[in-house]
Design a protein around this ligand. Structure first.
Ligand code: F6P
Length: 515
């Protein structure tokens, strides 16, 4: 966290995203403050808390003029204010065209290889431009008294914003981070406005993706679409006299030292070479009786005492592979009836983009699949699947992570996937198994997960079996290494790396301070 502040020096940080970190939801006469289920929020919130600044986002709770007035500029978090939240209010039509339409029916399926057909409507595109321009206006208004502001734009909702900001404030240093994959050039070319989107992005000084292959795809897309000079050695693009750096910055979660205390009391010493081997041998012999883990408070609450708990935590989104995961659980029980009445799979599915038709269809499909599987196998009060279709607080989700034998992350395609990292961060007991899709960016870093092709139901079922039968020593060895990775590559480091690159950008005409 200190590094992030240092990187900024005297510069003031402006973050822009569509999703706001706190939603004020009006319930009859009271206003409730809710944290949305968003990887982006999970990642950025600790960064903003560490270095103050202003976060500009779409205000989702706009109801009436009085509400808007009161909730326009707020210091947040509400119980311990550390930074400013500036809300941008959008009309129903703007939300429908910009967020639901162009962003989530167009760009989302375009960038994710999940075989859902993107829809590009002319009107949605018009709203997309309009909303980008509206955010540019608010941003410029917010930055009016700041010289050389640092602007950090988030995600596919704002591909046009970097160019707009640079045109209005050439002295600003601008970075954009694309939180989802970037597809190959041919796939991207079906977007009727690909040139405009690319040109908009190239207004940024730094363009970040999670992994190198997304950067390669981006450079290739630019190469084939625009008049620009791409440099495949420096990973930079020169267009109209301005250079954009294109780089991978794998996002992560905050690492809270308190969470690790317990694990580190057990595991000390090096995690490399001989140290690692020794730790593994030691931990083999001092594991708690595995039966203890099957009797947590959560097990009691769910009425599943003595059963092995598998968990999935996602937004209800077709890219997350929830249906495929359910089919893998079904396959496991069909092929290995030994597990009947011994395992329970709890899927938390936070409602998401609930007015978009493909999401409505997925919800129905997930519910039907759960019902069918439960009907097929239920026995003396036991059902194999628990579906929790609501937004759970971070605290609640952490209880699931901690009580689980296995966490299943089987995205069909995912930029990074922070659930995998949150699960690891939560396992201060140094135990648990992570099953991870090879199509999630996180698979590049978390080499000790059981990696699967989520489309291969048999392989996922086999991975569940391997996880359930894995020796305690191997479980600890794998999770230790992955926790170490997250500890070192946490979200503060991610933010510090992006900010280092953007702060190093030379701005024409800027008078540099004496060293
Ligand atoms: O993964 C992409 C992403 O935009 C995240 O950045 C965000 O956390 C998530 O999707 C949630 O989406 P939404 O804001 O539409 O609920």
């Amino acid at each position: 966290a200190v590094h992030v502040r240092e990187k900024l020096g005297n510069g003031k940080l402006y973050v822009v995203s569509n999703r706001e970190p706190y939603m004020h939801v009006k319930q009859c006469s009271t206003v409730e403050c809710v944290v949305p289920p968003s990887g982006l929020v999970t990642a950025l919130e600790p960064v903003l808390q560490a270095c103050d600044g202003t976060w500009i986002a779409h205000g989702s709770g706009s109801e009436d003029a009085a509400f808007v007035d009161e909730h326009d500029h707020l210091r947040v978090p509400p119980d311990d204010p550390r930074y400013t939240l500036r809300r941008v209010w959008l009309s129903e039509e703007e939300v429908s065209g910009h967020y639901e339409g162009f962003s989530n029916e167009g760009l989302w399926p375009l960038c994710h290889m999940a075989h859902t057909r993107p829809i590009f409507r002319v009107q949605d595109w018009e709203y997309y431009q309009q909303v980008n321009a509206k955010f540019a206006e608010v941003l410029v208004e917010e930055m009016r008294d700041t010289e050389h502001p640092v602007v950090f734009i988030q995600d596919y909702h704002f591909a046009l914003l970097p160019r707009m900001v640079k045109n209005l404030r050439p002295d600003a240093r601008v970075a954009i981070f694309w939180h989802i994959p970037w597809p190959n050039a041919e796939a991207f070319s079906i977007c009727p406005w690909q040139a405009e989107l690319l040109d908009g992005l190239l207004g940024a000084d730094v363009i970040g993706f999670h992994i190198q292959s997304h950067c390669n795809n981006f450079l290739d897309t630019v190469d084939r679409t625009l008049e620009a000079r791409t440099d495949w050695e420096q990973f930079s693009i020169l267009r109209g006299g301005h250079t954009s750096l294109v780089k991978p910055f794998p996002i992560s979660v905050a690492w809270d030292e308190h969470m690790t205390e317990q694990a580190e009391n057990v595991h000390h010493g090096s995690l490399n070479g001989a140290g690692l081997k020794k730790d593994a041998e030691d931990s083999w012999n001092r594991l708690p009786d595995s039966d203890e883990r099957l009797h947590s408070d959560l097990h009691r609450e769910l009425g599943i005492e003595g059963k092995h708990l598998l968990v999935g935590v996602d937004r209800m989104d077709y890219t997350k592979g929830i249906v495929e995961r359910l089919l893998a659980v079904e396959y496991l029980l069909d092929e290995h009836p030994w597990y009947l009445e011994k395992i329970v799979f709890a899927q938390i599915a936070a409602p998401s983009r609930t007015r978009v038709p493909s999401y409505i269809a997925l919800k129905a499909q997930v519910e039907e699949t759960v019902e069918r599987i439960n009907r097929k196998f239920e026995k003396s009060g036991w059902k194999p699947v628990i579906l929790i279709e609501r937004q759970c607080s971070h605290k609640e989700v952490t209880r699931y992570y901690k009580a689980a034998d296995i966490c299943l992350v089987t995205s069909l395609h995912d930029g990074m996937n922070l659930v995998s990292k949150e699960f690891l961060a939560a396992r201060s007991d140094g135990d648990g198994v992570l099953i991870l899709s090879r199509f999630a960016g996180a698979a590049q870093e978390l080499r000790d997960a059981l990696t699967v092709n989520p489309y291969d139901v048999r392989q996922v079922a086999e991975a569940i079996r391997t996880g359930l039968e894995m020796s305690p020593g191997e479980r600890r060895l794998r999770i230790d290494r992955m926790r170490q990775q997250i500890k070192e590559h946490n979200v503060y480091r991610w933010a510090a790396m992006v900010l280092t690159d953007v702060c190093a950008v030379r701005i024409e005409g800027e008078v540099l301070a004496d060293p």
